[in-house]
Design a protein around this ligand. Structure first.
Ligand code: GAR
Length: 316
């Protein structure tokens, strides 16, 4: 399976970035680092990343509006082919646009047991509160600071006499272990057949009068007691591929799609020209586009009456 492409954003030392980078050197690591970017050209982590042969990018945020700066970073991430973003000591608040662009695909590491101690000075706060444990969390980034769903945490005991620095140093060891493991799990889950089927199911069953049955050993979506418009194929004839087989709208469409992106689209065996196979396991699936394809496939098989109702509904 191809590795998930991850860009790492840093502002300084970059030790978490280094942990991600060295974990990625393992042959069985499911992700690779395609870019390390910083909002400060002096960020020490950039030198290390470059020395390790990773593409780097630095641009100062000074004098730019938040959204303007984020748009520059966003463009670079896309150019690098990143599909995920890992924030690693990236000390910038993000614009809503940037967060929305990477929704569900951007992780952050934070040195506290969230939801405790969001923001800065987390170690001092844990010591001052008399907590038995501090720790670190990896979470999905949402619009609220340090607030998205937590994917993993490691509690770290606070020792008698711990200073902010001694505690931070110990938590950092835990951070380095936690981040790469959590990121690896995250990108793996996103490529698992169950996860991909659930994503298709959510979109197919949102269409009117659709049900799911098993046909030819595959989960299959069609009009209730009617024709089928989509199948999810997994490891068909041992090909190891997870794909959506969906009805096309015109005879030439299959050939056109295959020509436009032969790594993604293919002619599904036994289905004929009226269908196209779309690989879902490449790690960069555009789910809005999949929803559109399902909708178009649905329209091919929906009874006239249902189509009429849909057209009226879509006018509103
Ligand atoms: C890490 O401790 C990280 O958890 C923290 O900054 C440090 C960066 O170190 N991040 C935050 O506080 C984000 N809210 P690093 O540059 O060596 O990875």
């Amino acid at each position: 399976m191809t590795k998930a492409k991850v860009a790492v954003l840093i502002s300084g030392r970059g030790s978490n970035m280094a942990a991600l980078l060295y974990a990625a050197k393992a042959a069985d690591c499911p992700y690779e680092i395609v870019l390390v970017a910083a909002n400060d050209s002096e960020a020490a982590g950039l030198t290390l990343a470059a020395a390790e042969g990773i593409a780097t990018f630095a641009h100062s945020h000074k004098g730019l509006k938040r959204a303007e700066f984020d748009a520059i970073i966003d463009a670079r991430l896309r150019e690098a082919g990143a599909h995920y973003v890992a924030l690693a000591g990236y000390m910038r608040l993000l614009s809503p646009e940037f967060v929305a662009n990477w929704e569900g695909r951007m992780l952050n590491i934070h040195p506290s047991l969230l939801p405790k101690y969001k923001g800065l000075n987390t170690h001092a706060q844990a010591i001052a509160a008399g907590d038995s444990h501090a720790g670190c969390s990896v979470h999905i980034v949402t619009a609220e600071l340090d607030d998205g769903p937590v994917l993993g945490q490691t509690p770290v005991a606070i020792l008698p006499g711990d200073s902010e620095d001694s505690l931070a140093a110990r938590i950092l060891i835990a951070e380095h272990q936690l981040y790469s493991r959590t990121l690896a799990d995250f990108v793996t889950r996103e490529r698992s057949p169950d996860y991909l089927l659930a994503k298709v199911r959510e979109r197919a069953l949102a269409l009117p009068q659709v049900d799911e049955v098993t046909s030819h050993g595959m989960p299959c979506f069609g009009i209730l007691k009617g024709k089928k418009f989509a199948y999810v194929s997994h490891n068909h004839h041992g090909d190891g591929v997870v794909a959506l087989l969906v009805k096309t709208t015109a005879a030439e469409e299959q050939a056109m799609l295959i020509e436009s992106d032969p790594a993604r689209y293919y002619r599904p065996a036994y289905f004929g020209d009226g269908w196209v196979g779309i690989r879902l396991d490449l790690g960069d699936t555009d789910w809005d586009q999949i929803a559109e394809r399902l909708h178009a496939g649905w329209r091919q098989v929906a009874p006239r009456k249902l189509l009429g109702l849909m057209d009226i509904a879509e006018e509103f």
